[in-house]
Design a protein around this ligand. Structure first.
Ligand code: MF3
Ligand code: CO
Length: 252
């Protein structure tokens, strides 16, 4: 069953969404060569607390942190560590979720450590295309469309550039829990799947690899990496389906 949220509920999800946005902004501003991924965790932890919110990640299935920081070939769920010091040109994916007044927000972004020019052109293009794939998917988040319209939009945009779509992890409904129905795959066929209706809220989160699609989970039980060691990018927004079109709750 896919929940449909009232305007009052959406207003609460909007507040949670804006907190996630602000936290990710604060963390992104902290990223510089020499910073450890644990430094980013500390900034996020404080930013969440300062805003009266609670982390949606820490304690979720035993996840130890408020932030996921996934570098280069790490796809998602990288665990912040004092030992992982960022270097100029590295690809850094940040994922954060919070709960406020019982409602969740979830968003991810990928940036390059140091000036964008520090990264090779292929890395910059991977980020651009993944972000464009998310934008194309969000465009499909309208009443009357189907879930497959969202999935196909991501897949088409990524594969057109020769990139591959991660299959093992998917987006999700979100509301009074971090993960709700439906699953939102980043691959699929337009015109298929449940019909999208006003009040549904989806976390749409393409994970796109420069090389092959296969991923592995490291022995820490969390960190997902590309099997071939190629770079990966991840962008995510929490999006409400409204009569006026897609409402991206995790951006101002
Ligand atoms: N944004 C991811 C998701 O929606 C990360 C959550 S996993 C956690 O599934 F363990 F870090 F919480
Ligand atoms: Co998510």
């Amino acid at each position: 069953m896919i929940a449909r949220r009232s305007p009052l509920e959406l207003a609460k999800m909007r507040r949670a969404g804006l907190v996630v946005y602000e936290v990710l902004q604060a963390v992104a501003e902290t990223i510089r060569p020499g910073a450890s991924t644990w430094d980013l965790e500390e900034v996020a932890d404080r930013a969440i607390r300062d805003r009266g919110a609670v982390s949606a990640f820490r304690g979720y299935r035993g996840y130890p942190c408020v932030l996921c920081v996934s570098v280069n070939e790490q796809v998602i769920h990288g665990i912040p560590s004092r030992k992982r010091v960022l270097q100029a040109g590295e690809i850094v994916s940040l994922d954060c979720g919070v709960v406020m007044e019982g409602y969740y927000g979830d968003s991810a972004t990928t940036v390059i450590a140091g000036a964008p020019a520090a990264a090779a052109a292929p890395a910059r293009k991977l980020l651009e295309v993944t972000q464009a794939a998310l934008a194309a998917a969000i465009e499909q988040a309208r009443p009357g469309n189907r879930l497959g319209d969202i999935s196909q939009a991501v897949q088409e945009r990524a594969e057109r550039e020769g990139y591959s779509v991660v299959r093992e992890f998917v987006g999700h409904g979100i509301g009074t829990h971090l993960h709700e129905d439906p699953q939102v795959p980043n691959y699929g066929a337009a015109g298929h799947g449940p019909k999208l209706k006003t009040g549904m809220v989806l976390a749409i989160e393409p994970m796109i690899n420069q090389g092959a699609a296969a991923v592995q989970v490291l022995s820490d039980g969390w960190t997902a990496v590309t099997a071939d060691g190629s770079a990966s990018a991840h962008f995510e927004h929490t999006v409400a389906i409204t009569d006026d079109g897609p409402w991206v709750l995790t951006r101002p």
